[in-house]
Design a protein around this ligand. Sequence first.
Ligand code: TYD
Length: 196
Amino acid sequence: MFISFEGIDGSGKTTQAKLLKVNLEKLGFNVILTKEPGGTELGSYIRKILLNVEMDPVSEFLLFASDRKTHVKEVIKPFLSKGFTVISDRFHDSSVAYQGYGRGVPLDFIYYVHNFILEGIIPNITVLVDIDENLSFERIKDADRIERLGIDFLRNVRKGYLKIAKNEDRFFVIDGSKTVEELEEIILNKVLEKLK
Ligand code: TYD
């Protein structure tokens, strides 16, 4: 089982990904929690560049894609073959939403590259923690380069996410303004339902 968490910055997805790991482990599952950008050694270098250096949107996408390629090959695929449940804090939908809908990289180019690098690995469930872009903006402290792109950017990213979610069954969209405990329970129930 491969589960990804998505959402705009400040949505609380990282907290929920961690809680889901703990909850599934309590039930006896072997779980690994990983993230993008930066789930591998190469990824941790790429992450530093991405969050600090100004660049055009296509270069940005290609760096996220390099990170993703290594992540799939070195972490996600091997753990799935060992029978682990893999939870990734962000995956390919982040590029469609941020670089595609947010920064204008052509979507067909993004899909084309993903086709090459994902090796058929697509999440079984994608939890989209949806929050209003104004709330996101309020919650962001010490913004990195991408978060500094501003509120109109975040609005486009959010719209992008909601559009992708409409077209694909694997998405589970939840209202990120609920409490941490409420979200935790809703997500766990949904995942267990899917596991049956
Ligand atoms: P993230 O690690 O989720 O942020 P944080 O450091 O706050 O936990 O992601 C870092 C930034 O990278 C975030 O603004 C989203 C962005 N991002 C993209 O633009 N495209 C992508 O494909 C990915 C994976 C992340």
